[in-house]
Design a binder for this molecule. Structure first.
Ligand code: PLP
Length: 437
């Protein structure tokens, strides 16, 4: 018998690893979720139609909108990748300029290429985590009066949020739409009355990768329309890019998660916040650097590491699987569905790390800067060839190069390869890229 994927997943499951990665349900399911496999139906009169809902999906989306305080919340069974593309398509027309912070996920770049947009990049402040200067944005708005929107990723992979309230007031003053890729922060809505979710802080639209931190099946996401004027275009854009066969188990898990958040979300995440504080404190006392910054997701843990291979060995010895090992840090995604034993294992790993040799200060990943030569769409579809990276200095990239995770592009189509690009590609272990002929 050859059930390749089934066998691989069964083998991984049997290892009984502690999941500090997505999805947020951690495979720790209640009976309702276990039933979902029996509910794999298609769009019928009895089940409703995702892109023209009249009954149960409409009611489920309205219930979500009420919880998130939005004008409309749309369900995606194609991940946040769909929600991000639809969010951008809802506010732009082909050829438009859009200001985008550079630490984006590749889904933003897909939209830029498909919609033939002109990106204007803004980089987070030097050595900062996701700090976007309000002044820089104000200056850009003055310099580029035709800009349609500002798009930020908040929180970023490290769980660091932008000052959405401040950015929203600048956008409103200049009549520019604020779009937030809130992939990593759906659960922030559970911390009410504290306002942490972008929908509560002045975003016009916001895309949530709900499956990352909540009890939602992988690929379940929300597109929130807070500014009602984008309702129709957002709905149309979801059907433009989405599959015509959305998974009902995934959609239903979004509905169940909204109900769970309404009933249990606040207390569960407040308890989790305390557990996270404790883990951060233990790591601190041990001398292990812990990311500790303003505007930080209370439910994310980032530890500084120096030797990836040693850390990987220690973590796997204690059956702890982080979300990702970056060049000088590792990211742990925790959720209320982590088991008590997961936290116990995590404490044990931390006690085994050697601060001096295994760990160093958590620093943001380096984001290279390149000159934009041609439009991303034009370069993406241009005649191109694959070359060894060392033979590409000064050439124009034809594709976006994007180690995944974290899914943040190093170089975009239409950008000229320079020394910074080559440094980042080498760090990511990328040896070949496609360049415009
Ligand atoms: C910032 C960001 N945006 C969008 C996405 C895409 O989300 P999904 O995997 O749900 O399609 C991701 C996924 O990692 C992400 O990190």
């Amino acid at each position: 018998m050859s059930h390749f994927l089934y066998d691989a997943l069964k083998k991984y499951k049997n290892k009984d690893m502690s999941s500090f990665h997505t999805p947020g349900h951690k495979n720790n399911f209640s009976i309702k979720y276990k039933n979902l496999l029996n509910f794999d139906f298609t769009e019928l009169d009895d089940t409703d139609n995702l892109y023209d809902p009249r009954n149960s999906i409409d009611k489920a989306q309205n219930s979500a909108a009420k919880f998130f305080h939005t004008e409309k919340t749309l369900f995606s069974a194609n991940g946040n990748t769909l929600a991000v593309k639809a969010m951008i398509a809802a506010v732009t027309n082909p050829g438009d300029e859009i200001i985008i912070t550079r630490n984006i996920h590749k889904s933003v770049m897909i939209a830029v290429i498909l919609l033939d947009l002109k990106p204007i990049w803004v980089y987070p402040e030097k050595n900062s985590f996701n700090k976007i200067s309000k002044k820089k944005i104000e200056i850009l708005f003055k310099k580029k009066p035709n800009v349609k929107a500002l798009l930020v990723t908040s929180p970023d992979y490290y769980g660091v949020m932008c000052d959405i309230k401040e950015l929203s007031s600048v956008c409103k003053k200049n009549k520019i739409s604020l779009l937030v890729d809130n992939a990593h922060g759906t659960h922030l809505a559970c911390f009410f009355p504290e306002k942490l979710h972008p929908a509560m802080l002045g975003a016009d639209l916001c895309a949530d990768s709900a499956h990352k931190t909540l009890p939602v099946l992988t690929s379940g996401a929300f597109l929130h329309v807070i500014n009602g004027k984008y309702k129709k275009r957002a709905k149309d854009a979801m059907s433009l890019f989405g599959s015509t066969s959305p998974s009902f188990p995934v959609l239903t898990s979004l509905d169940l998660a909204v109900d769970w958040m309404k009933k249990n979300g606040r207390s569960a995440f407040l308890r989790l916040k305390e557990k996270v504080k404790k883990i951060r404190r233990i790591a601190n006392e041990k001398g292990i650097p812990v990311l500790n910054t303003k505007l930080q997701d209370p439910a994310r843990i980032v530890l500084g590491i120096s030797n990836k291979n040693i850390c990987k060995k220690v973590f796997s010895e204690f059956k702890v699987q982080p979300e990702i090992y970056l060049s000088n840090s590792l990211i742990l995604i925790v959720s209320p569905f982590n088991r008590t034993k997961d936290f116990l294992r995590l404490k044990k790993v931390i006690s085994r790390l050697k601060p001096a040799s295994d760990c160093e200060e958590v620093l943001p990943e380096f984001l290279p800067k390149q000159e934009i030569v041609t439009s991303p769409r034009e370069s993406y579809f241009a005649d191109s060839e694959t070359r060894d990276t060392q033979n590409t200095l000064g050439k124009i990239s034809a594709k976006f190069i994007c180690p995944c995770p974290p899914g943040i592009p190093i170089v975009m189509p239409g950008e000229r390869v320079n020394q910074e690009t080559l440094f980042s590609l080498a760090n990511a272990g990328i040896r070949k890229i496609r360049i415009v002929k």
